[in-house]
Design a protein around this ligand. Structure first.
Ligand SMILES: [Zn+2]
Ligand SMILES: [Zn+2]
Length: 411
């Protein structure tokens, strides 16, 4: 725990070391470990070894999370000098991801301790000789996923499935993400600067756009590919977003709210957000979205586009159950190894289900365009802005009820 603080009042009790490591041996942990062991274990091991070898070469402070809700600044390895295609960047504004609270609670299959932070806007500090599109001093959005830009999935616009780096290579997920370091630090290494970094448009402040590196872009992909076609058929087509079916929820709820804002920006007139927490329903209402309680679900008509962001197998079942005939259900999935699936109902109603991770880099420019046009204001979802030096206290606050999005800003 933070020195002199307790986790009293946190939305869920954090898991201690024993429960955390027991969880890693459960179905979700072994599934995640299986992916790591199968996909280039040598490269992953080399990344960890190289970060240990850097321990005495370049050091910096990084916000490290350990079981029991412990968060503190620690000495961590700094990024290596950028190779010919890489860059070193200085994070200016770092956003919490909806996944960060469960990580802090030690309730995910990502082994702790880990160096936290994977959504940021940064200033370029140094670039390699072959880098052409960014230069020192420029402000950039740093996608949370590492992608090479050259492999077949990258060339098809699917950077989240990049095969040029080990699977699931991401900042802020410790060894599970490939050991690329965390964004809550003074410096971050970017191995493929031209392919990954997106210049920040003039007039947009880093703290407003920090979450575009992941959650806002993740929200965009749930609605943008589907909504124009649905609205062409029926301009009054409804969008139903399932945020949380439970009052005590470790995941924060920025993504469902961003999804609602993006649906409205793209022309939807009827956007409903289902959440068991009154404070999230209140925020949804203030954002112009229609709040619904899970107890209302029985009376809610099926919608042609349903987005499941619950992270809960029961949420996916409810989403599929509320998808209209020939409709689309887009699910962000979750961290459960398995769950029930309403096969017959989905078959009869001709549901198209998409479940999986985002390809953040591919949609970041489109999200920025919506912001430049003044049609999207992600800052409306932010509940806390704090100086990065106060990260441990700000993240403590972030673990309490009512928190949605915390932005840490460099001084
Ligand atoms: Zn994330
Ligand atoms: Zn690639």
């Amino acid at each position: 725990m933070l020195s002199g603080r307790s986790t009293d009042g946190w939305v869920c009790r954090p898991h201690g070391w024993l429960r955390h490591y027991a969880g890693l041996l459960g179905p979700a942990g072994t599934t995640a470990a299986g992916i790591m062991v199968r996909d280039r274990p040598g490269e992953r091991l080399a990344a960890v070894r190289s970060s240990l070898a850097r321990r005495h070469q370049s050091r910096q402070r990084g916000l490290v999370v350990a079981p029991g809700g412990r968060m503190a600044w620690r000495d961590v390895p700094g990024p290596p000098p950028p190779g010919p295609y890489g860059a070193t960047v200085h994070p200016l504004a770092i956003a919490t991801c909806d996944m960060d609270r469960p990580i802090i609670l030690a309730a995910t299959p990502f082994p702790l301790p880990l160096h936290l932070g994977h959504e940021c806007v940064a200033e370029v500090v140094a670039v390699g000789d072959e880098v052409r599109t960014v230069s020192p001093g420029q402000k950039v959005v740093v996608p949370f996923q590492i992608s090479c830009g050259a492999c077949p999935p990258c060339r098809l616009g699917r950077p989240g499935s990049c095969t040029g780096v080990p699977a699931l290579s991401m900042y802020g997920f410790g060894v599970a993400g490939g050991g690329w370091g965390g964004a809550i630090a003074d410096l971050l290494g970017v191995p493929f600067a031209d392919e990954m970094l997106v210049g920040l448009p003039d007039g947009i402040e880093p703290e407003v756009v920090a979450s575009v590196a992941d959650n806002v872009s993740d929200a965009y992909r749930h609605v943008a590919p589907h909504l124009p076609g649905l609205l062409a058929i029926d301009p009054a087509a409804r969008v139903l977003i399932l945020a949380s079916l439970q009052q005590r929820q470790a995941f924060t709820s920025s993504m469902p709210l961003y999804t609602g804002l993006i649906a409205v920006a793209l022309g939807a007139r009827h956007v409903e957000v289902v959440d068991a927490r009154a404070e999230i329903r209140d925020l949804a209402a203030r954002l112009g979205l229609q709040p619904r309680s899970p107890t209302d679900l029985r009376g809610i008509e099926p919608a042609p586009l349903v987005v499941d962001v619950t992270g809960d197998p029961a949420g996916l079942v409810a989403a599929l159950g509320h998808t209209a005939a020939d409709g689309i259900c887009s699910s962000a999935g979750g961290l459960h190894a398995r769950g029930r699936f309403p096969l017959l109902r989905s078959y009869i109603s001709n549901v198209t289900l998409h479940i999986g991770r985002t390809h953040a880099r591919a949609v970041i420019p489109q999200v920025l365009e919506l912001m430049v046009d003044g049609r999207l204001h992600p800052e409306a979802v932010t509940t806390q802005v704090a100086p990065i030096d106060e990260a441990p206290a700000a993240l403590d606050q972030h673990c309490r009820a009512g928190a949605v999005k915390t932005i840490l800003v460099a001084s």
